[in-house]
Design a protein around this ligand. Structure first.
Ligand SMILES: Cc1cc2nc3c(=O)[nH]c(=O)nc-3n(C[C@H](O)[C@H](O)[C@H](O)COP(=O)(O)O)c2cc1C
Length: 345
């Protein structure tokens, strides 16, 4: 069992945001699994994302890896609020299993209205009372597939207005558990810049001014790695949609994805994800502002076996999550990934 502030995650194994957590029946199945300690919803925007046949996923034929071109959920946040409301309303009486609602916005104004809507839902469930919450938030700062819009967490100064909106909401209501979904970083100063920026948000804890508190309770690391390319012969099962690309007279190349490039995840991402989790944990623990030690890490990337799950924990993750293997194998995979000593609900 791990408590990320007021979110009790037991066992500390969850799904990471993806199209496997898009529809109400999928969310219910994840919620009802005794092998998941929380449910993360697919990333929602305020008004929904326009999805086309270009948005898809393929898997590699030699490992459990994926490349995808998805943006965000076609359903707006209001739909997820309805789904979570319905599931929590009919949950067993003493259930404290939480939902982590994944959201994104590049506009602080839209983000503020999304936060208001989530706070309204929390109020309905008296989520600010007692010792635990059943609803937290993960801000996706790291989708690599949005045309013309780089993942904000690769550009820290661009991220600040969004973090400001989250922090403002937190200081009004410190019972709100907020996490950030981070991209895979590939050189050390990217980590330093992120952690340095997050440290500027710490303040004395309003309920105990001998302590300091940071509005951000957890980092989910990592999202997919953008700009990767698979040829059709590397994909399995054979992709339904392929394009021929003739470039400067070269022989046509057949790609696995309709647009060629996409975000990579699964086993191919695992070493980079382990390195990100390890580096973030060390930097947070070593920071002069000790409130950063209280930021937990949800480790994601290539967790497809129990051994990979254990490695993620050794690297520094308090909670471990997966997406690719869930898309491939369904919710029953959580039993296979479980570490028996973690127990379950
Ligand atoms: C098809 C697909 C769609 C995804 N959609 C989202 C999303 O909507 N929001 C998000 O934060 N991450 C999304 N991700 C990233 C995953 O949550 C996860 O961070 C990444 O895939 C690494 O985990 P894995 O190796 O277990 O797949 C998606 C991943 C895949 C494969």
């Amino acid at each position: 069992m791990v408590a990320i502030r007021r979110l009790v995650v037991s066992p500390p194994l969850i799904n990471s945001s993806s199209p496997s957590a898009s529809e109400p029946n999928q969310l219910l199945e994840l919620f009802e699994s005794p092998h998941t300690g929380a449910v993360t919803t697919r990333t929602a925007t305020l008004t929904g994302f326009s999805e086309t046949s270009e948005h898809t996923v393929v898997f590699t034929n030699n490992s459990i890896s994926s490349v995808n071109t998805y943006g965000y959920s076609p359903h707006p946040l209001s739909a997820y609020i309805g789904y979570v409301d319905a599931i929590l309303s009919s949950a067993p009486e003493h259930s404290i299993k939480p939902f982590i609602i994944s959201i994104t916005s590049s506009s602080p104004i839209s983000l503020a209205s999304m936060l208001d809507a989530i706070q309204e839902l929390r109020a309905k469930f008296h989520d600010t009372e007692g010792a635990t919450s059943r609803i937290g938030i993960e801000l996706n700062t790291s989708c690599p597939n949005i045309k013309g819009s780089p993942p904000p967490a690769y550009n820290i100064s661009g991220l600040v207005p969004i973090l400001d909106a989250l922090a403002e909401c937190f200081w009004k209501d410190p019972t709100l558990t907020i996490g950030l979904k981070l991209p895979p970083y590939v050189y050390s100063t990217q980590f330093d810049d992120l952690v340095g920026c997050i440290a500027t948000y710490s303040r004395p804890d309003p309920s105990d001014d001998s302590r300091r508190l940071n509005p951000f309770a957890f980092f989910t690391s990592t999202n997919t790695l953008g700009q990767t390319l698979l040829f059709a012969e590397q994909a399995a099962p054979a992709p339904l949609s392929v394009v021929a690309d003739s470039d400067g007279g070269a022989a046509p190349a057949v790609f696995a994805l309709p647009t060629g490039l996409g975000g990579m995840a699964g086993e191919a991402l695992h070493p980079l994800a382990l390195g990100n989790v390890y580096t973030l944990r060390r930097l947070l623990d070593a920071h002069t502002d000790t409130s950063l030690c209280d930021i937990w890490i949800v480790g994601v990337g290539g967790v497809t076996t129990r051994e990979a799950h254990a490695r993620m924990r050794k690297a520094g993750a308090a909670v471990v999550a997966c997406a690719t293997v869930l898309l491939r194998e369904g919710v029953s995979v959580f039993e296979k990934l479980s570490i028996p000593s973690d127990g379950g609900d």
